[in-house]
Write a protein that binds this ligand. Sequence first.
Ligand code: 3PG
Ligand code: MG
Length: 406
Amino acid sequence: MAKLSVNDLNLQGQRVFTRVDYNVPMEESGGAMVINDDTRIRATLPTLEALRAQGARIVLAAHLGRPKGKRVASMSLRPVADKLAELTGHPVAFADDCVGDAAAAAINNLQDGELLLLENIRYHAGEEANDSAFAEQLAAHADVFVNDAFGAAHRAHASTVGIAEVITARGGQCAAGLLMERELQFLGAELEVPDQPFVVILGGAKVSDKIKVIDRLLEKANTILIGGAMAYTFKLALGKSVGNSLVEPDKVDIAQAALDKAAERGVEFLLPSDNLISQMTNGVWADPEVNDAEDIPDSREGVDIGPATAARYAEAITGAKTILWNGPMGIFEDARFAKGTLAVAKAVAAATVAGAISIIGGGDSVKALNQNGLAEQVTFMSTGGGASLKFLEGKELPGVAVLTDK
Ligand code: 3PG
Ligand code: MG
């Protein structure tokens, strides 16, 4: 059922508790924490502008890292408030605590259209426990709840679910932000009845992380391309040798079941026919070379798809009308092992220019596109990691389910 949108509301003078996902990568530099990638912050700007234009009093809440209910200085959101002020061009107030007197005073000071960011909600154990008393505290100074944190919508926490229940019980409204709506549209509605050919590219380390996504997409895709270490579990299922490659021997059965389902349904299911292999020696990857054989020699490890596979995958992507990509083809953090992922990234970008809809399922694939300046050429990049996968499995996300129906 469609959920209420921020655009459906009249928020003039309302205190809007807005959950965002500002769980951004940070790094210590010269004694301060510096944001490495502000994509998730930028992604909320349309929602913040919509709230500002309506004259809402915007109270932003987010988590950073996993401080497990304690104040951990390196996980403070203060640097995010500064970044947000820079990106919005408006002052952003900061409250040192997300509940209690500090929060109450800061919220009371807000004028219509002004922004406030609350300190890391995970400094309180009640957040991850979805504690009802903590949710009441969060809701204490809020009239309306907006959830724009797609990346945290798979978590049933106090700031994603508990607060919405409190506000709903009071007769208040709980709406999706504009980023949340876009995520649900592209990862959900657009893939319900995709234009064909629908090509799915899945990579990453583990079959176990993606098997439910594979199982569901086997009912929709024309072609599924597999890369990354999870390809080796499929290879094992086919009786090939995988050397020292990262595999899940106990997942061979589910890999085989996916291969059988693909065959039954006539889905083209491609595995690498060649690989780049290497071996970790004294903490460094040594002697990378292309392995043309179906078997990987003992003591060597697959680290990327090989050039023939990259060409075959690029060809399969060309001509697609709908593309979903989640997960790198190899250990792309090492430039020597990034060629397969780059070939896929370029093919996805080119197919999009030629008219396909391309949807990138978050995490490492987004990083790869950003690194190669291709981010602008794809249709949509999810800001979710775990949330994207859960949603692609066809699950309803708790942070979405709890929002007010239209
Ligand atoms: C993420 O980065 O995936 C989200 O912000 C959720 O964070 P979490 O995995 O710590 O709940
Ligand atoms: Mg995570």
